[in-house]
Write a protein that binds this ligand. Structure first.
Ligand code: C2E
Ligand code: CA
Ligand code: CA
Ligand code: CA
Length: 271
């Protein structure tokens, strides 16, 4: 080791310890947040390109922290996944979203609701029962619920994923592949996954106006989805130029700040 290696080592140990302690503190706080009902679900519109109407919403969890205000899921979902807290947290989000979907239905709004599932939930033996019980308890129609799984979640063990996706489909829910394009789906598998929708990752949409490669990728996914009879949603649509291009290539649905940010249920714009 070089001179000073020992100090460097100590420095790293302290840093690691601090990081580990912060994580532990965050985990404990998150556990309390769940018990104290500090989590909230916001909803973001998914819009039909043909009609301009909102056809669905995506449920996105936030932590309404008593001191810090709204905390992004990017800060706490990864910790919840590592610690296993995502299992009760994810069940809570699903229940909240189905109850809200039921409320919309009761007020005459036919909105499909999409809920994110983490890879840890997808590997949980209890998942199918949990979804079935939540639908029954909230009296929300299965056909109006979409479960979103990332491409990497299902491509980790594709053969097991096919079986699990089949069991979820059998409940009558819809399935979509989230962040599509960021993982490594082979076309062979894509055909075998019993999914309904591909959500094109926002990193591709971000550059479609300037980047020829991204334009080609998005156009190819739209064509492929059509061939495979899958719905497609472009994520992260922020401006009219992006929307015009997506419209031109026949992308049927869009989601993004151009149509609305995630908001509490009572602030959702009219369909
Ligand atoms: P995601 O599932 O890909 O969700 C879309 C994210 O993109 C959301 O971030 C949304 O606010 C953001 N977004 C939507 N439109 C635009 C846009 O036009 N521009 C930009 N720059 N961003 C846009 P959010 O709410 O911060 O969620 C981040 C991630 O956290 C989600 O990515 C998802 O992976 C995870 N997440 C959120 N809620 C849940 C949940 O209930 N369960 C699980 N397992 N994960 C969740
Ligand atoms: Ca999602
Ligand atoms: Ca996504
Ligand atoms: Ca690019």
């Amino acid at each position: 080791a070089k001179a000073g290696g020992r100090n460097t080592y100590r420095f790293y140990t302290e840093e690691l310890t601090r990081a580990a302690q912060e994580r532990l503190a965050l985990e404990a706080a998150l556990r309390r947040a769940l018990e104290r009902n500090e989590l909230v679900v916001h909803y973001q519109p998914v819009v039909s390109v043909a009609t301009g109407h909102m056809i669905a919403v995506e449920a996105l969890v936030r932590w309404n922290h008593p001191q810090e205000g709204l905390v992004s899921p990017l800060r706490f979902v990864p910790v919840a996944e590592d610690t296993g807290l995502i299992i009760p947290l994810g069940a809570w989000v699903l229940r909240a979203a189905c109850r809200q979907g039921r409320r919309w239905l009761d007020s005459g709004r036919l909105l499909s609701v999409a809920v994110n599932l983490s890879s840890r939930q997808f590997a949980d033996d209890n998942l199918v029962d949990m979804v079935r019980e939540t639908l029954a308890e909230t009296d929300f129609p299965a056909r109006l619920l979409t479960l979103e799984l990332t491409e990497s979640t299902i491509m980790t063990r594709p053969d097991q994923a096919i079986e699990m996706l089949g069991r979820l489909k059998a409940l009558g829910v819809k399935l979509s592949i989230d962040d599509f394009g960021t993982g490594y789906s082979s076309l062979a598998y894509l055909k075998r996954f019993p999914v309904d929708t591909l959500k094109i990752d926002r990193s591709f949409v971000a550059d479609i106006v300037d980047d020829e490669d991204d334009r080609m990728i998005v156009a190819a996914v739209v064509v492929m989805a059509r061939q495979l009879r899958l719905n497609v949603i472009a994520e992260g649509v922020e401006n009219a130029d992006q929307f015009d291009y997506l419209n031109r290539i026949g992308c049927a649905a869009c989601q993004g700040y151009l149509f609305g940010k995630p908001v509490p249920a009572d602030e959702l714009p009219p369909d």
